[in-house]
Design a protein around this ligand. Structure first.
Ligand SMILES: Cc1ncc(COP(=O)(O)O)c(C=O)c1O
Length: 403
């Protein structure tokens, strides 16, 4: 993974202006990607893609999705407010998330959000009650947590998680208490960041089959099956990107084989991940007990994912260097050994003052981090759109947010 030559000059300009770590989003690249996805999707209007904005809720990013015709999945009041502020019609919004209180469900209805994914029996009964008082019949999906043979995933895999209810619990739902809900189908999503299309197909076939059986047992017409996200992006040069045409072929086959009317997905990582980069400066270089280390201005205070998953973001030295590469153990500035961005290849002459560019940081970057620990600057956010470099967020110093 390499910086596109067309971006190097803009990155250098942003560094000069900011002199502090920042995220850089290539919104022209994102727009082209979404236009490509939309043209692939035109082949089957019964397969629909939403954008899971938890991956990157920046307003400029949301507006590109809006302008490319994508609906948005929101998972908190903060996301709802942000998405509405970005001019997205609530008719194009879907609400997921395990922590929905009565108050929040009322807000969802007041904002007229089109689809609510119910993640518990309580949510179903509470929403029904609120819907009755509003004289509304909201469209809902029931989120199911299935049992799998084994395996772990960022989304839980076979582990017990807070997402949805198991099949037995949904079967026990008292339907006399849900007459004000329009149940369109089911939502199942437990496997994240998968690059192998045959593995995705295997997972989705089981979901489609077991969900159909559950619908039949519950007497629900199988209108919509929402498979969530889960399509991976390459985080190393040994991995390669998924072709969405292959995904569409699989989804079409599954829809027809099992008789689902519509299949939905809400994508995060695959939609936006490759279009973000994180830039930070090398502060120090040392060798500790035989290991070569680089200490950076920013680390898990700005991009926490490597510490959570053990999988580093690919890195590149911004300056061109002819030197051979070697492995460096790369750390951020926090006083915890958790602040480790991985052991990665960089030119031997990488030195304090150099800038590093981490790739694939467009999803689960800025908002997933732990920005306040140690009171370093919060990262800036820079966008490139229609060839223009813009800086919607400058770096924030601790004095801007500490009291
Ligand atoms: C309900 C739901 N849908 C979609 C996504 C997006 O997943 P991904 O980034 O794997 O596409 C998430 C991510 O956590 C999610 O919780």
């Amino acid at each position: 993974m390499q910086i596109l030559e067309g971006h190097r000059h803009s990155l250098e300009k942003a560094i000069k202006r900011l002199d502090s770590s920042f995220f850089y989003y290539d919104l022209d690249g994102l727009k082209d990607h979404l236009i490509d996805l939309s043209s692939i999707m035109r082949e089957d209007p019964d397969i629909l893609l939403w954008y899971a904005c938890k991956a990157n809720p920046m307003s400029a990013v949301l507006k590109v999705f809006r302008n490319c015709g994508f609906g948005i999945d929101v998972a908190s009041k903060g996301e709802i407010d942000q998405v509405l502020r970005a001019g997205i019609n609530p008719k194009n919004m879907l609400s997921t998330g395990p922590s929905k209180s009565r108050k929040y469900l009322r807000e969802i209805l007041e904002e007229e959000i089109e689809i609510v994914v119910l993640e518990s029996l309580n949510q179903a009964y509470w929403l029904d009650d609120i819907a009755k008082s509003f004289n509304k019949k909201p469209k809902v999906l029931l989120r199911v947590q299935m049992e799998w043979e084994d395996g772990v995933s960022v989304l839980g895999g076979n582990e017990i998680t807070p997402f949805g209810e198991d099949e037995a619990t949904w079967l026990s739902m008292d339907r006399s208490q849900t007459t004000n809900l329009d149940i369109l189908g089911l939502h199942v999503f437990q496997w994240g960041n998968i690059l192998e299309t045959d593995r995705l197909e295997k997972i989705w076939r089981k979901i489609a089959e077991d969900s159909l059986t559950l619908c039949q047992k519950m007497g629900i017409e199988p209108q919509v099956l929402d498979l969530g996200g889960g399509i991976g992006i390459p985080y190393s040069n040994e991995e390669s990107a998924v072709d969405f045409k292959d995904i569409l072929t699989i989804l079409k086959k599954i829809k027809n084989d099992f008789g689902w009317q519509k299949i939905w997905m809400e994508l995060g990582r695959y939609a936006v991940g490759p279009y973000g980069h994180y830039l930070t400066q090398v502060i120090d270089k040392k060798t500790v007990r035989g290991k070569d280390l680089l200490i950076l201005d920013g680390g898990v205070n700005h991009i926490v994912r490597p510490a959570i998953t053990g999988q580093p973001f690919p890195v590149e030295l911004l300056r061109k260097s002819q030197a051979e590469t070697q492995k460096f153990q790369i750390h951020g500035p926090l006083c915890t050994a958790l602040d480790n961005l991985g052991t990665l290849d960089l030119p031997k002459d990488t030195a304090p003052g150099d800038w590093l560019c981490f790739h694939q940081c467009g999803a689960y970057g800025f908002t997933e981090a732990m920005p306040f620990f140690l009171c370093h600057n919060l990262p800036a956010e820079v966008i490139m759109y229609e060839g223009n470099l813009m800086i919607p967020r400058t770096p924030r110093k601790a004095e801007d947010w500490l009291v």
